[in-house]
Design a protein around this ligand. Structure first.
Ligand code: FAD
Length: 303
């Protein structure tokens, strides 16, 4: 009996996410002659643009934007990689011999394998029990604050996650005042900012956010001993941590929403920060992205 011919597909590898993991997957795929389509809703390596100082990446890079520009330039030289900027993967479906990825344009792409490298995104107020906020409210994380947001202003920060220290070091010369409202779970995290004179720590049991038309943000707080207070600020930013951002579809997620690579369908290879809360670094993301592309390459050669 004649063998079944391989199913025609749009490309050899669909890569979801254009961070360090997805870009490394695309570069490695091109280096072994595989075609790929890389889908990224924002810009390539958008998160690296927010890292003002780097000291743990090989190659002499001392800040995120230089590394991001260099990665983007590398990728744009690879004809085998088609980069779809401004597009988001909205669904992933797996089959015995191929994967289908739907984009926000409703376009459907098929390939023998897909790399999923959509990383993590900021948790929103609705995701944590200690904040009450309007249901549709989306706030920016503190690490996305621009210099103008910081100068001579008072910012209310929801949560005491570590990026606050990074923000203060990046804006050493501004006299921004940060009111940091944080739950018990973040007590140990605020230790690194406790001595900064620009920081007012506000340990809370609960916080209700009131956003008005005007420039001022108001919050009603309930302290750990039950005392009630009202704070106001010029703007509000998040520092309550991150959560995995995998699209819906045929994926296996753990209780926290991460996608452990070993639990997935054999045609979906997870890379970068989306794998687990551990190992979230630029170089581990690149290594896992590169390995994901080679995984697909060797699997295709075995078929
Ligand atoms: C403030 C800050 C400072 C940091 N400092 C350091 C440091 O000094 N050193 C270090 O090693 N690491 C640092 N990190 C961690 C490092 O940035 C991450 O480990 C790394 O970026 C992870 O790469 P990734 O490709 O897995 O994910 P990401 O960089 O998060 O990239 C994922 C990409 O997927 C895209 N995406 C999301 N959803 C979809 C979708 N549905 N479809 C398609 N694409 C999608 C996103 O737009 C994003 O561009 C820092 C992180 C932050 C936030």
């Amino acid at each position: 009996m004649a063998a079944t011919p391989p199913r025609p597909t749009d490309t050899d590898l669909i890569i979801m996410g254009g961070g360090p993991a997805g870009c490394a997957a695309a570069l490695t795929a091109a280096s072994v002659g595989m075609r790929s389509v890389l889908i990224e809703p924002d810009t390539l390596c958008r998160n690296l643009h927010r890292i003002p100082a780097l000291n743990n990446v090989l190659g002499g890079y001392t800040n995120g934007p230089d590394l991001a520009d260099s990665i983007a330039a590398d990728l744009k030289r690879r004809d085998l990689c088609r980069i779809e900027i401004g597009r988001r993967a909205t669904e992933i479906r797996t089959f015995d011999d191929h994967v289908v990825v739907t984009l926000d344009t409703r376009t459907r792409l098929t390939a023998p394998y897909a790399v999923l490298a959509t990383g993590v995104g900021p948790l929103q107020p609705q995701d944590v029990p200690w904040i009450t906020a309007p249901p549709d409210l989306i706030l920016a994380p503190l690490w996305q604050a621009e210099p103008d947001d910081a100068e001579d202003r008072t910012l209310l920060i929801l949560g005491g996650d570590r990026p606050i220290g990074t923000f203060l070091r990046a804006h050493e010369d501004t006299n921004t005042q940060l009111i940091v409202a944080y739950p018990t779970d973040d007590d140990y995290k605020v230790e690194e900012i406790v001595d900064d004179p620009r920081v007012t720590l506000l340990p809370v049991a609960h916080l209700t956010l009131r956003l008005s038309e005007g420039p001022v943000v108001t919050a009603e707080t309930v302290g750990r001993e039950g005392q009630r207070d009202i704070v106001s600020a010029d703007a509000v930013f998040l520092s309550i941590g991150s959560a995995p951002t995998a699209p819906p579809g045929d994926l296996v997620r753990d209780v926290a929403g991460y996608c452990p690579p070993s639990d997935q369908h054999p045609r979906v290879i997870v890379a970068g920060d989306l794998r687990s809360a551990q190992f979230q670094r630029i170089m581990t993301a690149m290594g896992s992205g590169s390995e994901a592309a080679l995984h697909a390459y060797y699997a295709m050669r075995r078929q």
